[in-house]
Design a binder for this molecule. Sequence first.
Ligand SMILES: O=C(O)CCC(=O)C(=O)O
Ligand SMILES: [Fe+2]
Length: 316
Amino acid sequence: MGSETAHKLAVIEFTDKSTNPETESWSETCKKVVDALEEYGCFVAVYDKLTQEMHKQVFESLQSLFSLPTQTKVQNKSSKPLYGYVGQIPFLPLFESMGIDDAHTVQGVQDFSNVMWPNGNPAFCENLVAYTKLAAELEKIVVQMVFESYGVGKHHESYVGSANYLCRVMKYREPKIGENKMAFVSHTDKSFMSTIHQNQVDGLEIKAKDGEWFGVHGLSPSSVIVMAGDAIMAWSNSRIKSPHHRVTMEGSEARYSLGQFSFIEKETVKTPDEFVDEEHPLRYKPFDHLKFLDFFSQEENRRLESPIATYCGVSQ
Ligand SMILES: O=C(O)CCC(=O)C(=O)O
Ligand SMILES: [Fe+2]
Protein backbone atom coordinates (compact mmCIF):
# COMPACT_ATOMS: atom_id res chain seq x y z
CA MET A 1 0.00 0.00 0.00
CA GLY A 2 1.21 3.51 0.51
CA SER A 3 0.17 4.89 -2.86
CA GLU A 4 -2.40 7.69 -3.12
CA THR A 5 -4.68 5.55 -5.23
CA ALA A 6 -5.13 2.77 -2.67
CA HIS A 7 -8.11 4.49 -1.06
CA LYS A 8 -11.29 5.60 -2.78
CA LEU A 9 -14.66 6.60 -1.42
CA ALA A 10 -17.72 4.59 -2.43
CA VAL A 11 -19.98 6.35 -4.92
CA ILE A 12 -23.64 5.63 -4.15
CA GLU A 13 -26.60 6.60 -6.34
CA PHE A 14 -29.62 8.23 -4.72
CA THR A 15 -32.54 8.01 -7.14
CA ASP A 16 -36.34 7.81 -6.76
CA LYS A 17 -35.97 4.04 -6.66
CA SER A 18 -33.08 3.70 -4.22
CA THR A 19 -34.67 6.20 -1.81
CA ASN A 20 -38.02 4.38 -1.70
CA PRO A 21 -38.11 2.01 1.31
CA GLU A 22 -40.56 -0.28 -0.53
CA THR A 23 -37.94 -1.32 -3.10
CA GLU A 24 -35.13 -3.86 -3.15
CA SER A 25 -32.88 -1.06 -4.33
CA TRP A 26 -33.45 0.63 -0.92
CA SER A 27 -32.10 -2.41 0.97
CA GLU A 28 -29.09 -2.62 -1.36
CA THR A 29 -28.40 1.09 -0.89
CA CYS A 30 -28.73 0.74 2.91
CA LYS A 31 -26.00 -1.89 2.88
CA LYS A 32 -23.68 0.21 0.71
CA VAL A 33 -24.23 3.25 2.95
CA VAL A 34 -23.47 1.43 6.20
CA ASP A 35 -20.47 -0.42 4.73
CA ALA A 36 -19.04 2.88 3.45
CA LEU A 37 -19.65 4.71 6.72
CA GLU A 38 -18.05 1.90 8.73
CA GLU A 39 -15.03 1.82 6.40
CA TYR A 40 -14.25 5.50 5.75
CA GLY A 41 -16.83 7.44 7.78
CA CYS A 42 -17.98 8.99 4.51
CA PHE A 43 -18.99 8.38 0.91
CA VAL A 44 -20.01 10.22 -2.24
CA ALA A 45 -23.76 10.40 -2.82
CA VAL A 46 -24.85 11.11 -6.37
CA TYR A 47 -28.24 12.72 -5.84
CA ASP A 48 -30.08 13.04 -9.12
CA LYS A 49 -32.44 15.73 -7.77
CA LEU A 50 -29.43 18.04 -7.49
CA THR A 51 -29.26 19.26 -11.07
CA GLN A 52 -26.47 20.96 -12.95
CA GLU A 53 -28.55 24.14 -13.04
CA MET A 54 -29.01 24.20 -9.24
CA HIS A 55 -25.30 23.53 -8.79
CA LYS A 56 -24.41 26.43 -11.09
CA GLN A 57 -26.84 28.83 -9.44
CA VAL A 58 -25.83 28.07 -5.87
CA PHE A 59 -22.15 28.74 -6.64
CA GLU A 60 -22.98 31.96 -8.52
CA SER A 61 -24.78 33.03 -5.36
CA LEU A 62 -21.78 32.13 -3.19
CA GLN A 63 -19.49 34.18 -5.41
CA SER A 64 -21.70 37.24 -5.01
CA LEU A 65 -21.86 36.66 -1.24
CA PHE A 66 -18.10 36.40 -0.75
CA SER A 67 -17.48 39.47 -2.90
CA LEU A 68 -19.29 41.62 -0.29
CA PRO A 69 -17.04 43.84 1.85
CA THR A 70 -15.52 42.17 4.92
CA GLN A 71 -17.30 44.60 7.24
CA THR A 72 -20.61 43.27 5.91
CA LYS A 73 -19.61 39.60 6.12
CA VAL A 74 -18.47 39.91 9.74
CA GLN A 75 -22.06 40.88 10.60
CA ASN A 76 -22.86 37.15 10.33
CA LYS A 77 -23.19 36.43 14.06
CA SER A 78 -25.03 33.94 16.23
CA SER A 79 -25.73 33.23 19.88
CA LYS A 80 -24.74 29.61 19.19
CA PRO A 81 -21.01 28.83 19.40
CA LEU A 82 -19.13 28.56 16.07
CA TYR A 83 -22.15 29.54 13.95
CA GLY A 84 -20.90 32.97 12.75
CA TYR A 85 -18.32 34.49 10.39
CA VAL A 86 -14.85 32.91 10.35
CA GLY A 87 -12.03 34.46 8.36
CA GLN A 88 -8.99 36.73 8.42
CA ILE A 89 -7.22 34.09 10.55
CA PRO A 90 -3.44 34.46 10.24
CA PHE A 91 -2.68 30.72 10.20
CA LEU A 92 -5.59 30.00 7.78
CA PRO A 93 -5.19 32.84 5.26
CA LEU A 94 -6.98 31.07 2.38
CA PHE A 95 -10.18 30.36 4.32
CA GLU A 96 -13.33 32.35 4.84
CA SER A 97 -16.74 31.09 5.96
CA MET A 98 -20.20 32.14 7.14
CA GLY A 99 -22.93 30.19 8.91
CA ILE A 100 -26.64 29.97 8.12
CA ASP A 101 -28.74 28.62 11.00
CA ASP A 102 -32.04 26.80 10.32
CA ALA A 103 -30.51 26.46 6.88
CA HIS A 104 -33.13 24.15 5.42
CA THR A 105 -35.91 26.71 5.95
CA VAL A 106 -36.81 29.79 3.89
CA GLN A 107 -36.86 31.80 7.12
CA GLY A 108 -33.34 30.73 8.12
CA VAL A 109 -31.86 31.68 4.74
CA GLN A 110 -33.82 34.95 4.64
CA ASP A 111 -32.64 35.97 8.11
CA PHE A 112 -29.05 35.42 6.96
CA SER A 113 -29.55 37.16 3.62
CA ASN A 114 -31.21 40.22 5.22
CA VAL A 115 -28.05 40.85 7.22
CA MET A 116 -25.90 40.67 4.07
CA TRP A 117 -28.30 42.58 1.82
CA PRO A 118 -30.59 44.80 3.92
CA ASN A 119 -32.60 45.60 0.76
CA GLY A 120 -33.16 41.92 0.13
CA ASN A 121 -31.76 39.44 -2.39
CA PRO A 122 -34.54 37.06 -3.45
CA ALA A 123 -32.37 35.26 -6.03
CA PHE A 124 -29.78 34.40 -3.37
CA CYS A 125 -32.49 33.04 -1.04
CA GLU A 126 -34.08 30.99 -3.78
CA ASN A 127 -30.81 29.46 -4.95
CA LEU A 128 -29.60 28.68 -1.43
CA VAL A 129 -32.85 27.17 -0.17
CA ALA A 130 -33.12 24.98 -3.27
CA TYR A 131 -29.79 23.43 -2.26
CA THR A 132 -30.13 23.38 1.55
CA LYS A 133 -33.52 21.64 1.37
CA LEU A 134 -32.10 18.92 -0.84
CA ALA A 135 -29.06 18.51 1.40
CA ALA A 136 -31.33 18.14 4.46
CA GLU A 137 -33.50 15.66 2.57
CA LEU A 138 -30.44 13.61 1.60
CA GLU A 139 -29.15 13.65 5.19
CA LYS A 140 -32.52 12.42 6.45
CA ILE A 141 -32.59 9.55 3.95
CA VAL A 142 -29.07 8.48 4.91
CA VAL A 143 -29.87 8.68 8.64
CA GLN A 144 -33.02 6.62 8.11
CA MET A 145 -30.97 4.03 6.23
CA VAL A 146 -28.46 3.87 9.08
CA PHE A 147 -31.14 3.55 11.79
CA GLU A 148 -33.01 0.83 9.88
CA SER A 149 -29.88 -1.12 8.98
CA TYR A 150 -28.84 -1.27 12.63
CA GLY A 151 -32.34 -2.37 13.69
CA VAL A 152 -33.05 0.81 15.65
CA GLY A 153 -35.57 2.30 13.23
CA LYS A 154 -37.99 2.95 16.10
CA HIS A 155 -35.74 5.80 17.28
CA HIS A 156 -35.67 7.45 13.89
CA GLU A 157 -38.77 9.59 14.22
CA SER A 158 -37.61 11.32 17.37
CA TYR A 159 -34.27 11.99 15.66
CA VAL A 160 -36.00 13.67 12.72
CA GLY A 161 -38.01 15.88 15.10
CA SER A 162 -34.87 16.99 16.95
CA ALA A 163 -32.46 17.69 14.09
CA ASN A 164 -31.61 21.18 12.93
CA TYR A 165 -29.24 22.23 10.19
CA LEU A 166 -26.36 24.68 10.11
CA CYS A 167 -25.08 25.42 6.62
CA ARG A 168 -21.56 26.82 6.47
CA VAL A 169 -20.69 28.41 3.14
CA MET A 170 -16.98 28.45 2.44
CA LYS A 171 -14.47 30.06 0.16
CA TYR A 172 -10.85 28.95 -0.14
CA ARG A 173 -8.85 31.33 -2.28
CA GLU A 174 -6.02 30.02 -4.43
CA PRO A 175 -2.62 30.13 -2.69
CA LYS A 176 -0.13 32.72 -3.92
CA ILE A 177 3.27 31.53 -5.14
CA GLY A 178 5.23 30.23 -2.16
CA GLU A 179 2.21 30.36 0.16
CA ASN A 180 1.19 27.33 2.24
CA LYS A 181 -1.42 25.17 0.48
CA MET A 182 -3.02 24.06 3.75
CA ALA A 183 -6.48 25.67 3.58
CA PHE A 184 -8.28 23.99 6.47
CA VAL A 185 -6.67 22.01 9.27
CA SER A 186 -7.35 18.37 10.02
CA HIS A 187 -10.45 17.87 12.19
CA THR A 188 -13.53 15.75 12.71
CA ASP A 189 -16.98 17.32 12.38
CA LYS A 190 -18.95 18.02 15.52
CA SER A 191 -22.26 17.32 13.76
CA PHE A 192 -24.37 14.17 13.74
CA MET A 193 -23.95 13.99 9.97
CA SER A 194 -22.47 16.42 7.41
CA THR A 195 -23.10 16.89 3.72
CA ILE A 196 -20.48 18.70 1.64
CA HIS A 197 -20.95 20.06 -1.86
CA GLN A 198 -18.20 21.79 -3.84
CA ASN A 199 -17.71 23.73 -7.07
CA GLN A 200 -15.49 21.99 -9.57
CA VAL A 201 -12.30 22.67 -7.60
CA ASP A 202 -11.01 19.73 -5.53
CA GLY A 203 -9.19 20.02 -2.23
CA LEU A 204 -10.91 17.82 0.35
CA GLU A 205 -8.71 15.06 1.80
CA ILE A 206 -9.75 12.21 4.08
CA LYS A 207 -7.67 10.20 6.53
CA ALA A 208 -8.19 6.45 6.15
CA LYS A 209 -8.09 4.01 9.09
CA ASP A 210 -4.49 3.09 8.17
CA GLY A 211 -3.49 6.72 8.70
CA GLU A 212 -3.03 7.51 5.02
CA TRP A 213 -4.46 10.74 3.57
CA PHE A 214 -6.19 10.63 0.20
CA GLY A 215 -7.91 13.24 -1.97
CA VAL A 216 -11.54 13.16 -3.10
CA HIS A 217 -11.74 13.56 -6.88
CA GLY A 218 -14.09 13.03 -9.77
CA LEU A 219 -17.14 14.70 -8.21
CA SER A 220 -20.03 15.65 -10.52
CA PRO A 221 -22.43 18.60 -10.07
CA SER A 222 -24.87 16.12 -8.44
CA SER A 223 -22.28 14.74 -6.00
CA VAL A 224 -22.50 15.36 -2.26
CA ILE A 225 -20.02 13.95 0.23
CA VAL A 226 -21.91 12.51 3.18
CA MET A 227 -19.75 12.37 6.29
CA ALA A 228 -20.19 11.07 9.83
CA GLY A 229 -19.75 13.58 12.64
CA ASP A 230 -18.68 13.01 16.25
CA ALA A 231 -22.31 12.77 17.38
CA ILE A 232 -23.16 9.77 15.21
CA MET A 233 -19.90 8.16 16.32
CA ALA A 234 -21.01 8.47 19.95
CA TRP A 235 -24.61 7.47 19.16
CA SER A 236 -23.45 4.33 17.27
CA ASN A 237 -21.08 3.37 20.09
CA SER A 238 -18.20 3.84 17.61
CA ARG A 239 -19.54 1.46 14.96
CA ILE A 240 -19.24 4.46 12.67
CA LYS A 241 -16.23 6.73 13.23
CA SER A 242 -16.06 10.40 12.29
CA PRO A 243 -13.13 10.67 9.87
CA HIS A 244 -10.37 13.25 10.09
CA HIS A 245 -10.40 15.48 7.03
CA ARG A 246 -8.73 18.68 5.82
CA VAL A 247 -8.57 20.91 2.77
CA THR A 248 -5.42 21.45 0.67
CA MET A 249 -5.50 23.91 -2.21
CA GLU A 250 -3.60 23.12 -5.40
CA GLY A 251 -3.95 25.08 -8.63
CA SER A 252 -5.02 28.60 -9.35
CA GLU A 253 -8.79 28.66 -8.90
CA ALA A 254 -10.82 29.47 -5.79
CA ARG A 255 -12.76 26.65 -4.21
CA TYR A 256 -16.28 27.21 -2.91
CA SER A 257 -18.16 24.67 -0.82
CA LEU A 258 -21.24 24.25 1.34
CA GLY A 259 -21.00 22.13 4.46
CA GLN A 260 -24.38 21.39 6.00
CA PHE A 261 -24.27 19.98 9.51
CA SER A 262 -27.09 18.30 11.43
CA PHE A 263 -27.32 18.99 15.14
CA ILE A 264 -29.68 17.31 17.58
CA GLU A 265 -31.09 20.30 19.38
CA LYS A 266 -34.24 19.17 21.09
CA GLU A 267 -33.13 16.07 22.94
CA THR A 268 -30.10 14.35 24.42
CA VAL A 269 -27.96 12.21 22.11
CA LYS A 270 -28.07 8.73 23.59
CA THR A 271 -26.62 5.43 22.38
CA PRO A 272 -29.51 2.97 21.84
CA ASP A 273 -29.29 -0.11 24.10
CA GLU A 274 -29.09 -2.27 20.96
CA PHE A 275 -25.49 -1.10 20.40
CA VAL A 276 -24.31 -2.14 23.85
CA ASP A 277 -23.40 -5.65 25.00
CA GLU A 278 -20.55 -7.42 26.76
CA GLU A 279 -18.30 -7.22 23.74
CA HIS A 280 -19.26 -3.61 23.05
CA PRO A 281 -19.45 -1.77 26.37
CA LEU A 282 -20.95 1.73 26.36
CA ARG A 283 -18.30 4.22 25.19
CA TYR A 284 -20.11 7.55 25.45
CA LYS A 285 -22.50 8.92 28.06
CA PRO A 286 -25.66 10.69 26.83
CA PHE A 287 -24.89 14.31 25.99
CA ASP A 288 -26.42 17.59 24.90
CA HIS A 289 -25.21 18.29 21.37
CA LEU A 290 -25.06 22.10 21.57
CA LYS A 291 -23.35 21.94 24.97
CA PHE A 292 -20.73 19.71 23.35
CA LEU A 293 -20.27 22.39 20.69
CA ASP A 294 -19.93 24.96 23.45
CA PHE A 295 -17.24 22.81 25.07
CA PHE A 296 -15.38 22.47 21.77
CA SER A 297 -15.57 26.21 21.12
CA GLN A 298 -13.43 26.91 24.24
CA GLU A 299 -9.88 27.67 23.26
CA GLU A 300 -8.37 25.07 25.61
CA ASN A 301 -10.42 22.26 24.00
CA ARG A 302 -9.77 23.07 20.34
CA ARG A 303 -6.73 20.89 19.94
CA LEU A 304 -7.81 17.79 21.84
CA GLU A 305 -7.19 14.49 20.06
CA SER A 306 -10.86 13.52 20.45
CA PRO A 307 -13.05 16.29 21.91
CA ILE A 308 -16.10 13.99 22.06
CA ALA A 309 -14.19 11.34 24.04
CA THR A 310 -12.94 13.99 26.48
CA TYR A 311 -16.43 15.48 26.76
CA CYS A 312 -18.55 12.38 27.35
CA GLY A 313 -16.40 9.29 26.83
CA VAL A 314 -16.67 6.42 29.31
CA SER A 315 -13.23 5.30 30.50
CA GLN A 316 -12.78 1.65 29.50
O1 LIG B 1 -14.83 22.50 2.27
C1 LIG B 1 -14.82 21.30 2.51
O2 LIG B 1 -14.81 20.44 1.62
C2 LIG B 1 -14.81 20.77 3.92
C3 LIG B 1 -15.09 21.78 4.96
C4 LIG B 1 -15.10 21.18 6.33
O3 LIG B 1 -14.51 20.17 6.57
C5 LIG B 1 -15.89 21.78 7.42
O4 LIG B 1 -16.39 22.90 7.26
O5 LIG B 1 -16.04 21.14 8.47
FE1 LIG C 1 -15.31 19.30 8.37
